[in-house]
Design a protein around this ligand. Sequence first.
Ligand code: GAR
Length: 193
Amino acid sequence: MNTDVNGFMNIIIFASGNGSNAENIIKYFNKKKYNINWLTVTNNKHAGVIEKVTKLGAKIKIISKNDLGEEIFIHSIIGLKPALIILAGFLLKIPENFIKNFNNRIINIHPSLLPKYGGKGMYGQFVHRKVIENKEIKSGITIHFVNEKYDEGKIIFQKDIEIKEPKTSDSLANQIHKLEMKYFPLIIEKLIS
Ligand code: GAR
């Protein structure tokens, strides 16, 4: 794995929203005393993730939608030689000219059992509402490599759960949140070890 002269690796988290996954991931690795430099990239200057991860020592980079496909931005990320790029509630599509530089090093978490309930516009509550609407018995989480198509990269890990009463999108979101908190750091740890 890529480490610098001091034995630190760079991990980059892309997040657009609340940032509970980003926070949980960084806390997990801080607690285990991993030597990691964290950078969080966000396209939303008001995102909750900014305060959460800054407190934990991560650096922040705020970008615009267009930056993602710009060579100057891409080269700044290549220069960091990231061990992993983690999408944790990042709502923009990662362009192909970005992805091609990081083969099997960009992962995403999705709050359903892909290939079900994936694709453009399917994120957060939109996913849970559809799952409930369709009277599914099970849902779960998927962690997958990112390719040029929304939610279609190779699956690394899935965990399913039976949807508990009351079958509302909020209670399902709660169940999914617990799975994300438990499994995402563990899978990341495997990938970087
Ligand atoms: C998470 O539930 C994640 O699975 C989902 O957004 C939420 C972000 O929460 N991602 C997607 O829906 C991607 N299509 P967080 O900001 O609190 O980590």
